[in-house]
Write a protein of this length. Structure first.
Length: 295
């Protein structure tokens, strides 16, 4: 009995250690220490030597199109210092306090999508131009941008958890070859599926999509009528990746996509297979037809 108990405890410790490594905050903590040491202007040399060079894979992923280089990042930090300070004071402590909950969400998403290998989440600071990016290598979060959407630690905690739940789905999509190409219907299903899984993992609609969710519920038939007219086109605006459209919330294509995913999942006898089909999204038109969605 003692041997079995020791083995069980050892296995739990291994799993907990493995899980903790999926939410990696060392870059953000190192950057916070650098800014504390440099309360005034910061130089590109310091950014390069103390932040970029010793950075994790997350920094390497974020550098080409977002951080760009040490000179650009130093310029952004000096120009928008308050955004970085807010990220350090509000978002970073909330992220650290949420490690266990975020890891649980990541594990839930991994299980829902039947993924053998987990996906790492790198928490760091970037060039004040991106809240994050997802690829097959993992998810990277830029805290100075997330700071725009939270004023309190509680708001920051919710932002971090919902962002991770949504964006980690894109990592698994990328690993299956489901990239960002295709018509409006494909993009809507891709983003809508991430929202669908996020809702399942969190057990609620996140604050980030609450406005479009409430608007969509009231105007679903009208939105679907308009969406059908353009869903086979490559032009994504104003349905995706765009600002407000008059009195309408932004990104209503996400919501239409989520509704189609919900319908497809609801009618499927094999729920596991349905999630795999939605994850891979090999044929958006077949998903739509199979869903029976027609409000």
């Amino acid at each position: 009995m003692k041997i079995k108990l020791i083995l069980s405890l050892f296995l739990i410790l291994i799993l907990q250690t493995s899980s903790a490594q999926d939410f990696i905050i060392e870059d953000a903590e190192r950057f916070a220490a650098i800014l504390k040491e440099n309360p005034d202007l910061i130089s590109a040399d310091i950014i390069k030597a103390k932040y970029l060079k010793p950075g994790t894979k997350g920094v390497k992923i974020f550098t080409p199109n977002r951080i760009r280089n040490a000179k650009n990042m130093a310029s952004m930090v000096n120009k928008y210092r308050s955004s970085y300070d807010k990220g350090i004071d509000i978002i970073l402590p909330s992220a650290k306090a949420s490690i266990d909950e975020v890891n649980e969400i990541l594990a839930n998403v991994q299980q829902l999508l039947g993924q053998k290998e987990s996906a790492p989440v790198y928490v760091l600071f970037g060039g004040n131009n991106s809240g994050g990016t997802a690829s097959g290598k993992g998810l990277v979060i830029g805290l100075e941008v997330l700071a725009r959407f939270a004023e309190t630690h509680e708001e920051a905690k919710k932002i971090v958890m919902s962002f991770c739940a949504h964006e980690i789905v894109h990592v698994y999509q990328a690993r299956t070859g489901n990239g960002g190409r295709g018509n409006l219907l494909h993009h809507s299903l891709r983003e809508g599926f991430a929202d669908f899984i996020e809702n399942m993992a969190l057990g609620e609609v996140s604050n980030a999509e609450k406005e479009r969710h409430e608007y969509g519920q009231v105007n679903e038939a009208q939105l679907w009528s308009e969406f059908q007219e353009v869903m086979d086109q490559k032009e994504l605006r104003p349905w995706m990746y765009d600002g407000r459209n008059g009195d309408r919330p932004a990104d209503l294509g996400y919501w239409i996509g989520k509704r189609i995913c919900e319908a497809y999942y609801a009618q499927a006898e094999d729920k596991v297979q349905a999630l795999q089909a939605l994850l891979r999204l090999e044929n958006a038109e077949e998903i739509l037809e199979g869903s029976g969605y027609n409000p």
